[in-house]
Design a protein around this ligand. Structure first.
Ligand SMILES: N[C@@H](CC=O)C(=O)O
Length: 365
């Protein structure tokens, strides 16, 4: 019998579910043993259920294609086969909240890509390099849920990953006002060009709920665990304010962000570059399987980062930055790029689970 932890994928047939399955092929610690999706997919093999909607560059892993899909609503049954689950279910926010809690209450840790629990006060929202200590709130969540090993952890929205790590690396220079415009790939909406032909040669200046997430979620990532409140308290807007516009662009993978920043201190360009390129955290220290060796790269060429050249930097787990220059209204401006379905979605979830395993929160049942 394998020593690997048995993993279930909830919402296994969707784009993020597929990405989880592709990323976990040959994972040294985790093995996908159970796939679950909506009742209409239940009872089919995974290959039949996905049909011609498989969107990854690599084929469906042999170890997964013949797994019989479970009904995701049969919580006890699915949970009985796994040590923990990744959640990418596609339901209403209230349904997601309820089903993720139901899994946690079966003593099954849930690592979620969904936004439903991102503001639940005792649920950690983790970017492993930035706030690994957010796991300290899990004990309070378990107290509330009445569990011993079951809990929910989430990762933040894909849109914030191209600039939040950079602003974190610059913390010592005290950034306090940020204007960001994101240029978001269509895969962020779970679609490709065949499914969304209107996006060919087009731009849509609206992504529902995205600007609020882009402005608020970094503050929760930068928050702290308050032991009296048994909750994560977000950083206040008096420390840093972010305003954003989020735009859908005709790109398949890769969210780009154009960012303007004001600082309380007065960094030089070289100090900003050094702070970015030397920035690392627990994933690097613990040598987690998917930790990028260098989290943030700085590209000197004026025409970088480019989606086609740079989106797969560090296997899609790294952030590429370029065009750092002084600004006449703000202090500095730059362009950041990250892979929205790897670092920004399933990959961010896998790295989070690796951190949780390394810290002893996810174990064999
Ligand atoms: N909501 C985002 C996806 C991020 O998780 C998008 O639409 O691009």
């Amino acid at each position: 019998m394998s020593d690997k932890l048995r993993v279930g994928i909830l919402g296994a047939t969707g784009m993020v579910g597929q990405r989880f399955i592709a990323l976990l092929e040959n994972h040294p610690w985790f093995e996908v043993t159970t796939v679950a999706a909506s009742p209409r997919s239940a009872g089919k093999t995974y290959e039949e259920a996905v049909g011609n909607r498989w969107k990854m560059d690599t084929p469906i892993p042999e170890s997964v294609k013949n797994l019989v899909v479970h009904n995701v609503n049969e919580v006890e049954e699915v949970a009985s086969h796994v040590d923990f689950v990744f959640s990418a279910v596609d339901m209403s926010k209230d349904e997601i909240k309820a089903i993720e809690e139901a899994y946690a209450k079966t003593e099954t840790p849930v690592v979620s890509n969904n936004s439903a629990h991102r503001w639940t006060p005792d649920v950690p929202m983790i970017i492993p390099e930035i706030n690994p200590e957010a796991t300290d709130v899990i004990k309070y969540q378990k107290e509330r849920l009445g569990t011993k090993r079951g809990f929910i952890a989430v990762k933040p929205n894909c849109s914030i990953q191209s600039y939040t790590p950079v602003l974190t690396a610059w913390k010592e220079f005290e950034p306090y006002e940020v204007v960001v415009t994101t240029y978001q790939a269509i895969s962020g909406a779970g679609k490709n060009f065949k499914e969304w032909p209107e996006m060919v040669g087009n731009i849509i200046p609206f992504i529902g709920g995205e600007e609020e997430k882009s402005e608020r979620e970094p503050l929760r990532v930068w928050g702290h665990v308050d032991d009296e409140k048994k909750a994560i308290v977000p950083l206040g807007e008096d420390t840093i304010t972010i305003t954003s516009q989020c735009i859908r662009v005709p790109v398949l993978y890769g969210h780009t962000a154009a960012v303007f920043v004001k600082f309380r201190k007065n960094p030089t360009k070289q100090q900003l570059i050094d702070a970015m390129t030397s920035f690392s955290g627990e994933p690097q220290r613990l040598q987690l399987p998917n930790a990028p060796k260098q989290f943030i790269q700085y590209l000197e060429e004026d025409n970088r980062p480019q989606v086609t050249l740079d989106v797969n930097y560090e296997n899609g787990f790294g952030v590429s930055v370029g065009r750092l220059r002084e600004d006449k209204v703000y202090d500095w401006k730059f362009v950041g790029l990250s892979h929205n379905t790897i670092r920004g979605a399933a990959g961010g979830g896998v790295l989070c689970a690796e951190l949780l395993k390394a810290k002893g929160f996810i174990t064999k049942k």
